[in-house]
Design a protein around this ligand. Sequence first.
Ligand SMILES: NC(=O)c1ccc[n+]([C@@H]2O[C@H](COP(=O)([O-])OP(=O)(O)OC[C@H]3O[C@@H](n4cnc5c(N)ncnc54)[C@H](O)[C@@H]3O)[C@@H](O)[C@H]2O)c1
Length: 359
Amino acid sequence: MKKYRIGLIGVGGIMNGAHIPEYLWDENCEITAIADISESALERTGNRLNLPPERRFKSHRELLRSGLVDAVDIATPNDAHVPIALEALDSGFPVSVEKPIGINFRESLELERKSQETGLPVFVCFSWRYRALPRYMKYLVDSGEIGKLYHIYFKNIKDSGLWEGRRLEWRFQKERAGSGVLCDLGSHLFDLVRFFGEEFESVFCDMGTIVRRRQKIDSDEWGDVTTDDWSNVICRLKSGINATVTLSRCATNEKDTIELYLIGEKGSLKFIYENGRQKLLKCVGEDKADNTFREVSVPEDFKAGSQSSAYIRLLGGIKDSYTAVISDGIKSQAAVDAAIKSYETGRRVSIDELYRESL
Ligand SMILES: NC(=O)c1ccc[n+]([C@@H]2O[C@H](COP(=O)([O-])OP(=O)(O)OC[C@H]3O[C@@H](n4cnc5c(N)ncnc54)[C@H](O)[C@@H]3O)[C@@H](O)[C@H]2O)c1
């Protein structure tokens, strides 16, 4: 396989915490340039990667023109994803983009059209697809272990909106983020609903904000939080069943808790992630009689999963059943936008309605 030269755009928290370690581990790629509007972010990541000054750019445009990269990875705040990705595709570069794809469905569709027009792939970072336990869950669902699904209950609640002194960062501003936990945490869970084989028909949503004002980043002034701290979404799926998605960043005693509970005709699967520890529980067969859930150990085959390596393989034309691309990102984004519209109008909103409006 060719060794791909990757340019990183937006070298903040997730790029350093998750993407870079995986690229460094993958012998089929090398990080050859970085771009960020923040001098300190450029310096920190440039030093970490031993990149000389001429490979550190203050604008994505300079990176795209540098001749130093074959493909780019975008992990900026949400409002910059689509504008930068469109330019990258127009410049002939495949793109990896963080979730949610954009700040709304309409601009995400624009990216899908550009990907089709240029014939270049857009990879979407739905990171839960690359973890062993959700992968094994998918295998168990696909192989009929719990039978036809009856209920999906997903939850992600954490306390990150309550951290002492947290300022009015981009995540708290609608024009920069699109929405709050709905797109930040919900986009992952909506994708997992589809990962387990379902498709959205319509959604009903309520949401709210608990911490309503925060101090601005670089001043003594305070401003309004315009994104949701919590969202509860009830999804009607095309198969006729329902999925309930509960989200919060103001859950006082929860560092980061995720529960994926799938209930089927023949039994149930329950994935629990709490404070960095995770387990998968199963109740099927004889255990159903007394509702005993047993912890499942995951076979070796399901353990390997690097998101960045999946992107590199996609660049080489290899896409497996886990790889998320633009069409997956669009469907997650559709659920996010339908939920926002449902909250604003107080009624159930169908996914078809969004497509009709975007024609
Ligand atoms: N997949 C996941 O599990 C996961 C987890 C966390 C964050 N994310 C996503 O990753 C993205 C970034 O989140 P984060 O927590 O790393 O944010 P962050 O604020 O820590 O980092 C963003 C970086 O982008 C830079 N930036 C801003 N505008 C830019 C521009 N126009 N050009 C170049 N650089 C620019 C900032 O200076 C900063 O260094 C978001 O879309 C977020 O939703 C995904």
